[in-house]
Design a protein around this ligand. Structure first.
Ligand code: B12
Ligand code: SF4
Length: 473
C-alpha cells in the first residue's frame, strides 16, 4: 500500500479549516487505497515550520511527500522540500504555483509537478508507483527530462470522491483546540469562471464553467452538517452565479432538501446577478455575497478586463440590499495602469456605494501572480521577475490581537503588500492607496460598530481577511 504524506506548507497566513483543494486530492488517494497522512503546517494552531514537517516524515516514512503550492508562500515550501530531499523517495507538488511554474518546481528539488486539477493525475501517479503505468502517460505530469500529455479539465464533477471523504485525516485541534469537530472548509458546487481579469490566477480551475448536480451538492451539505455541526457554509465557487438556470435549480434543491437551518455565502461579480437570482439565493439561505469590484474607475475596469462597470456594481448592490443580503466589496489598489486620478475615482466610488454595502474587504494592494497578464506584461519593466524566490517577499506579520485595537486597525490600513512595492508607486500614489485602505477600515468599523468588533468579531474578521485577499471574482 502506497504511503503518502500530504503537506500544506508553512504559511504566515493561518488557516481556520483544511484547504478544499488538498482535501479533494486526499479523497482521491484514499479511494485508491493509499495510506494517507496530512501535515497542515499552516493550520492556525499548528503553525509548524520545516523541522516539524521533517520530523513527521521521519516518523511516518512515506513513499511520497506531496505538497500543494501557493505562489505567495512558495519560498517556505521550497525550503521544506530541500530539507526532505533524500529522506523521502518521491517529492511531488501540485496546486496553483506548480501549475504556473512546473519547471521551476523541478529546479527547486521536486521530482514531479502535477499541473492543473490533480484528482486524476495524483491517482495515476499511484498507478505509476505501483508499476501499472509510466510517468510519461500521466496527464499534467512534469518530471526531469519529460512530461505527460497536457492536463484536461475535469468535466464530470459528480464522479469525483467528495472532499468530505478525507475529513478524518484532519485533527480539529490543529485549527481550534476547543472544537470537537474540524471546522467546515466550505463547499464547491462548480469550478471555473468565464472571466478574463488580467490579475486573476485561476489557471487551475480555468475558464470553463462546470457544475455538480444539485442533488449531490445538497447531499454534501447535509453530510457536512452531520460531520461538523456547521450551520454556515461558504461556497468557494469561482463564479457561483455564472449559469443562472443551474443556480436557480440548486437554490430550489437547497430549499427542499437541506435538513438543517443553513446559512451560506458566495463570491461573484456585478454583471452575473439579477434581482430574481438574488431573491432566490436569499430564499435558499444565502446570507452574504462578496462582490469583486476591484476599481471605481471605469477606464481601469476596462484595462484589467474585469467585464463590469461601476453602474452595474451600484445596481447589484442595491438589489442585494433590497433582498436583505449582506455584501462585501472587494477592491484592488495600485494597478500599474492606475493614475492618481483613477484612484481618486475609486475613493469617491467607495463613498458613493458605502450606504449600499455592509463592508469593504480589508487590504487589497495588487500582487502580480505568475502566468497572469499583469505579471507577464509588467515584470521586466518593474523588475519583479520571479519575486517569490526571494525570502523578503515571503515575510509577513500576522494580524495583531483584536485586544490591541489600534495595532489591529493599523495592520489593515498599512497593508504589508504596499511595502513590497511591486509597481514602484510614487509618493502621491502611496498616499492615495493609504487613503483608500483607511477609508475601507473606517467604514467597516462604523458599520460593525466598535462594540461588535471587540466582542467576538475577531474570529470572523480573521477568516474573512484571508478570503478578502483572494483577488478572485
Ligand atoms: C477558497 C480559496 C481560498 C480559501 C480556502 C478555503 C478552503 N477551505 O479551501 C482561503 C481563504 C483560506 C484562501 C487563502 C489563500 N488563497 Co486562495 N483561493 C481560494 C479559491 C477561491 C478557491 C480554492 C479552491 O477550492 N479551488 C478549487 C480546487 C478544486 O482547486 P485547487 O484548490 O487549486 O486544488 C486543485 C489543484 O490546485 C491541485 N492541488 C491542490 N492541492 C494539491 C496538493 C497536491 C499534493 C497536489 C498533487 C495537487 C494539489 O488539485 C486540486 C484538486 O483539483 C481560489 C481560486 C480558485 N479557483 O482556485 C483562490 C486561490 C487559490 N487563492 C489564492 C491566494 C493567493 C490565496 C492566499 C495566498 C491569499 C493571499 N494572501 O493572497 C491564501 C493562502 C492560504 C494559505 N495559508 O495557504 C490564489 C492563488 C494564486 C497562486 N498563484 O498562488 C487563487 C488562485 C485566487 C486567484 N484567483 O488569484 N484561498
Ligand atoms: S477574478 Fe473572479 S471574475 Fe475575474 S476571472 Fe478570476 S474568478 Fe473570474
Amino acid at each position: 500500500m502506497t504511503r503518502i504524506l500530504l503537506v500544506n506548507p508553512p504559511s504566515p497566513e493561518a488557516l481556520g479549516s483544511p484547504l478544499l483543494g488538498q482535501q479533494y486530492v486526499a479523497a482521491g488517494l484514499l479511494a485508491k487505497d493509499c495510506e494517507v497522512r496530512v501535515f497542515d503546517a499552516a493550520a492556525r494552531c499548528r503553525r509548524a515550520g520545516t523541522a516539524g514537517i521533517v520530523a513527521d516524515a521521519e516518523e511516518f516514512r512515506p513513499d511520497v511527500a506531496a505538497f500543494g503550492l501557493f505562489t505567495r508562500w512558495v519560498w517556505h515550501a521550497y525550503e521544506a522540500a530541500r530539507a526532505l530531499r533524500g529522506k523521502v523517495p518521491w517529492l511531488i507538488a501540485g496546486g496553483p504555483h506548480a501549475t504556473a511554474r512546473p519547471d521551476e518546481v523541478l529546479d527547486q528539488g521536486f521530482d514531479v509537478a502535477l499541473v492543473g486539477e490533480a484528482e486524476r493525475s495524483a491517482a495515476c501517479f499511484v498507478d505509476f508507483l505501483e508499476g501499472r503505468c509510466g510517468l510519461e502517460s500521466i496527464e499534467g505530469a512534469h518530471f526531469v527530462g519529460g512530461s505527460g500529455p497536457p492536463p484536461r479539465v475535469l468535466e464530470d464533477l459528480d464522479l469525483l470522491p467528495e472532499a468530505l471523504d478525507a475529513l478524518t485525516l484532519y485533527n480539529s485541534r490543529w485549527y481550534d483546540p476547543s472544537s470537537p469537530a474540524v471546522a467546515a472548509g466550505g463547499i464547491l458546487s462548480s469550478r471555473g469562471c468565464p472571466g478574463h481579469c488580467t490579475f486573476c490566477a485561476n489557471y487551475v480551475t480555468g475558464r470553463k464553467f462546470r457544475f455538480r448536480s444539485a442533488g449531490k451538492v445538497v447531499a454534501e451539505l447535509n453530510r457536512l452538517h452531520a460531520l461538523t455541526g456547521a450551520t454556515f457554509v461558504p461556497f468557494w465557487d469561482d463564479a457561483l452565479t455564472a449559469n443562472p438556470a443551474r443556480l436557480l435549480r440548486l437554490c430550489r434543491a437547497i430549499e427542499d432538501g437541506v435538513r438543517f437551518p443553513l446559512g451560506w455565502s458566495a463570491i461573484t461579480r456585478a454583471n452575473m446577478v439579477t434581482p430574481a437570482l438574488l431573491a432566490a439565493m436569499k430564499r435558499a439561505g444565502c446570507l452574504a455575497i462578496d462582490f469583486g469590484v476591484e476599481s471605481g474607475d471605469d477606464r481601469v475596469l476596462r484595462l484589467i478586463r474585469k467585464g463590469i462597470s461601476t453602474a452595474q456594481v451600484e445596481h447589484a448592490l442595491g438589489w442585494a440590499k433590497e433582498c436583505g443580503l449582506r455584501t462585501t466589496c472587494n477592491f484592488m489598489l495600485g494597478f500599474p495602469q492606475e493614475t492618481p486620478a483613477a484612484l481618486e475615482n475609486t475613493r469617491r466610488f467607495m463613498e458613493r456605494i458605502a450606504p449600499l454595502t455592509d463592508s469593504f474587504s480589508t487590504l487589497g494592494v495588487v500582487v502580480p501572480f505568475p502566468a497572469t497578464p499583469i505579471y507577464d506584461d509588467f515584470h521586466e519593466q518593474y523588475g519583479f521577475t520571479n519575486w517569490w524566490l526571494q525570502e523578503r517577499y515571503s515575510r509577513y506579520t500576522t494580524p495583531p490581537s483584536i485586544e490591541n485595537f489600534e495595532a489591529f486597525r493599523r495592520f489593515y490600513i498599512d497593508d504589508a503588500n504596499l511595502d513590497l512595492d511591486f509597481f514602484r508607486y510614487s509618493g502621491e500614489m502611496r498616499a492615495l492607496i493609504h487613503e483608500c485602505l483607511r477609508y475601507k477600515a473606517e467604514h467597516n468599523l462604523e458599520n460593525y460598530g466598535w462594540a461588535n468588533y471587540l466582542r467576538g468579531a475577531s474570529h470572523s474578521i480573521e477568516t474573512a481577511s484571508d478570503g478578502d485577499r483572494l483577488g478572485s471574482s
